[in-house]
Design a binder for this molecule. Structure first.
Ligand code: NDP
Ligand code: OXD
Length: 311
C-alpha cells in the first residue's frame, strides 16, 4: 500500500530536523526533500518556504500546503498555487518567542533603557525618574496568534494596553477595538505601538506619513511583522524629524538590510535581523502532523489560511 508522501522545500530550514520531528509524529509518512521527490504524482502534502515559481504545479495530487512560517504573504499571491487547503505554522514556542521580543522592545522604551544606553556611551550617569507602567499606553496592531498573546502579556505586566484588529476581540485587561474607524484612535492614543499585522493588500502601506503624524510626538514604534505595512521612506523621515522618537525594527523592505541603508545611521533605531520569532521543528511538528491527520480525515487543517483574505 502507498504511504502518504510529503515534499519539503526551504532554502533556510533544516530538512533533517524536520524529517526527524515529523517522523516522530507520523512514522508512516514518506518525507521527501526537493528535488528528490520521486514520482510527483505520489506527493500528497507540501511543507515549504518560498519555493521557486511553478513548484506547486509539479504535484497534481496535492491535498495540503503548509507554509514553513507564520506569514503567508509570499505564498498566497503566487499564480502557481493549487486549490487545496493552506496551513501556516504556529506553536507555543513561536508565540513565546514573539511575546518575549515584544516585551523586550516595549520595556526597553517604557523603562528608558534606550536613554541609558546612550548616556553610557557618553560616560554619563543620567537619572530619569521611572514612570508607572500603568501610565504608559501601549498599542498592538493585529491580535492574531502572535499579537493576541503579546497584548495579553503586556496587559498582565501592567501596561495600559490597547489592541486593534479587523474583527472585534476580547482579551482580559486589553482595550480592544476593531475596524477602520478605530485605527486612527489607537494611533493617537498610544506612545508605544507594536505592529503585528500580516502583510496583505489591505495592510500594505497602512502606516504612512499621515498615520505616523497622528501618533503622539516622539512615539515609539516596534515592527516585528512585515516591513511593507509601514512606508519605509515615511518612517525614515519621521525618525529624522522626531515625529517618531524611536523604532525597533525586525523586518525590512530588503533583507538583509543593505550596507549604507539610512536605518544603519539612525541612532534612534534598533535593528534586529528578522528573528523576533523562529520555528523550532520539534515544537512545530505536532501541529503540522495534526493538520495532515485532519486532511486525511477530510477535515480542514489547523492554522488554516484564507488565501483570499491574505492571512
Ligand atoms: P494572524 O494571521 O494570526 O493574525 C493577524 C491579525 O491581524 C488578526 O488579528 C487580524 O484580524 C489582524 N488583521 C489582518 N489584517 C488586518 C487589517 N487590514 N486591519 C486590521 N486588522 C487586521 O497573524 P500572527 O499573529 O500569527 O502573525 C502576524 C505576522 O507576524 C505574520 O503575518 C508574519 O508576517 C509576522 N511574523 C514575523 C516574524 C518575525 O520573526 N519577525 C515571525 C512570525 C510571524 P482578525 O483576527 O480580526 O481577522
Ligand atoms: C514568519 C517569519 O512569517 O519568520 O514565520 O517571518
Amino acid at each position: 500500500m502507498k504511504r502518504d508522501a510529503l515534499v519539503f522545500y526551504s532554502p533556510v530550514d533544516d530538512p533533517e530536523a524536520w524529517r526527524e520531528a515529523l517522523s516522530a509524529e507520523l512514522p508512516d509518512l514518506d518525507f521527501r526533500v526537493d528535488p528528490d521527490v520521486g514520482d510527483p504524482a505520489t506527493v500528497d502534502y507540501a511543507l515549504v518556504w518560498v519555493p521557486p515559481s511553478g513548484f506547486f504545479q509539479r504535484f497534481p495530487n496535492l491535498k495540503l500546503v503548509t507554509n514553513l512560517g507564520a506569514g503567508v504573504d509570499r505564498l498566497v499571491r503566487r499564480d502557481d498555487l493549487v486549490p487545496v487547503p493552506i496551513s501556516r505554522l504556529s506553536d507555543p514556542g513561536m508565540v513565546a518567542m514573539m511575546t518575549s521580543y515584544v516585551v523586550f522592545a516595549v520595556t526597553r522604551y517604557a523603562r528608558d533603557i534606550h536613554i541609558f544606553e546612550r548616556a553610557q556611551r557618553r560616560g554619563e550617569w543620567h537619572y530619569v525618574h521611572p514612570r508607572p507602567l500603568s501610565e504608559i499606553k501601549v498599542g498592538v496592531l493585529g491580535l492574531g496568534e502572535l499579537g493576541g498573546p503579546a497584548a495579553k502579556t503586556l496587559a498582565d505586566m501592567g501596561f495600559d494596553t490597547y489592541g486593534w484588529s479587523r474583527t472585534q476581540k476580547t482579551i482580559p485587561r486589553v482595550t480592544c477595538t476593531a475596524g477602520a474607524q478605530a485605527f486612527e484612535e489607537i494611533l493617537r492614543t498610544c506612545e508605544i505601538l507594536v505592529c503585528l499585522l500580516p502583510l496583505t493588500p489591505d495592510s500594505r502601506g497602512m502606516i504612512g506619513a499621515r498615520e505616523l503624524a497622528l501618533m503622539p510626538k516622539g512615539a515609539k514604534l516596534v515592527n516585528a511583522s512585515r516591513a511593507a505595512v509601514i512606508d519605509e521612506a515615511a518612517l525614515i523621515a519621521a525618525l529624522r524629524s522626531g515625529v517618531v522618537g524611536e523604532a525597533t525594527l525586525d523586518v525590512f523592505d530588503i533583507e538583509p538590510l543593505p550596507a549604507g541603508h539610512p536605518f544603519w545611521t539612525l541612532d534612534n533605531v534598533l535593528i534586529t535581523p528578522h528573528l523576533a520569532s523562529i520555528t523550532v521543528p520539534k515544537l512545530a511538528a505536532r501541529d503540522v502532523a495534526e493538520s495532515i491527520r485532519r486532511v486525511r480525515r477530510g477535515e480542514p487543517p489547523l492554522h488554516a489560511v484564507d488565501a483570499q483574505r491574505g492571512y
